[in-house]
Design a protein around this ligand. Structure first.
Ligand code: UT7
Length: 348
């Protein structure tokens, strides 16, 4: 059975840099608070009309495809991970197919938030291993800036997130010594609402918190309403501390699962690319696994948390910086809303 290799990788971030001080113009926060709690110094916000989740994904994809030495017409399947799609439906995959004038290939959207890219990579890996496809484009992209409550009311969520995209092209290899060694996917939906955007949705009041202003009959008929806008119920909700506590357990667990499966130890990792959720989480994971500084790649300081885009952006930068060479063991790991968490172990 062939393995998948990352034949090309690319990233795109908007030019528009938003510093922590910029945010203080809109909300009661400070550079000190944000840096101390998250490590973030700045993030990028997409152009409001010229850039979308899809257009950023396409820019990253163009680079990945060129580096793979193929053309957009050689791509035979698209997997697109995002929580901030251009449309409620259809997904961004078909918009990439259109924008890049690809053949009438399959296009799949993955909705697994922070672990979306690792899930998407795993899906693509199975298609390569089974022999079904030969050139799969996997994209993670987010335009968070459009959907954040950039007032003091939403500061616990909105200071964290940034926009950007990353993409890879997966191809099969018969080289036994290389490729994606294994992927590991998990979920626990028992606390799904802890990090969630409830509206617009079809939940019809199954989840009541934050909807207290409505009686059940009224709510059951509502997909979107003026009241939802007035009460800020069209923004993401997050219990940050609860997410943090779970993340610092599940990250090391799923990394160890990948290492153990392949007979490796933490010391064998050349570079760990953790989802860039919060620098403090990454530092906690590093400490727990006794990894050296040079074994963990973080760039949240520059881009904030770009959710499904954070792993491919960090992977791309680490590779561009020469931190990843052929034969190196690279571990990707992510945790987030759902909860879902995942890892992938790659021999580059
Ligand atoms: O990738 C998606 C997954 N998400 C995550 O991984 C997030 C994980 N959690 C976190 O990163 C952290 O919980 C946060 C960075 C979100 C928050 O840090 P925290 O240390 O857990 O702060 P907190 O929510 O407990 O809030 C502490 C205080 C509160 O004030 P009081 O009640 O102590 O007076 C908040 O109101 O900080 C206040 N606060 C802020 N102050 C200034 C919350 N947000 C802000 C802000 N600026 N942006």
């Amino acid at each position: 059975m062939p393995r998948s290799i990352i034949a090309g990788i690319g990233m795109y971030v908007p030019d528009n840099v938003i510093t922590n001080n910029d945010l203080t113009r809109h909300m009661d926060t400070s550079d000190e608070w944000i840096q101390e709690r998250t490590g973030i110094k700045e993030r990028r916000f997409a152009h409001r009309t010229k850039e979308t989740t899809t257009t950023m994904g396409v820019e990253a994809a163009k680079i990945a495809i060129e580096r793979a030495g193929i053309t957009a017409q050689d791509i035979d399947f698209i997997v697109f991970a995002t929580l901030s799609p251009d449309y409620y439906f259809p997904g961004c995959g078909v918009l990439v197919q259109r924008a890049m004038q690809m053949n009438e290939i399959g296009a799949l959207d993955v909705r697994n938030q922070c672990s979306g890219f690792v899930y998407a990579l795993s899906v693509a890996d199975q298609f390569i291993r089974s022999g079904m496809y030969k050139n799969i484009l996997v994209i993670g992209s987010e335009k968070h800036s459009f959907g954040l409550d950039l007032t003091t009311r939403g500061r616990n969520v909105s200071v964290i997130f940034g926009d950007g995209a990353g993409a890879v092209v997966l191809q099969p290899t018969e080289d036994e010594g290389r490729g994606i060694l294994s992927t590991h996917l998990h979920s626990d939906g028992s606390e799904a609402e802890i990090l969630a955007m409830y509206n617009p949705g079809t939940h019809a009041n199954h989840w009541k918190e934050g909807l207290a202003d409505f009686d059940e009959a009224e709510m059951a008929n509502m997909f979107m309403s003026h009241q939802m806008i007035d009460n800020a119920q069209l923004y993401p909700n997050m219990d940050g501390q609860a997410v943090f506590k779970k993340a610092v357990v599940k990250f090391p667990e799923v990394i160890m699962e990948a290492l153990t499966k392949n007979g490796y130890q933490p010391a064998d990792i050349k570079v760990l690319i953790p989802h860039q959720a919060n620098l403090r989480i990454a530092q906690f994971v590093q400490q727990k696994l006794k990894l050296k500084d040079e074994q963990v790649y973080n760039n949240i300081q520059k881009y904030g948390n770009t959710t499904a885009a954070s792993v491919p952006i960090a992977l791309c930068e680490a590779w561009q910086d020469g931190k990843i060479q052929n034969g190196d063991i690279v571990c990707l790991a992510a945790f987030g809303s759902g909860f879902t968490w995942a890892s992938a172990l790659i021999k580059w």
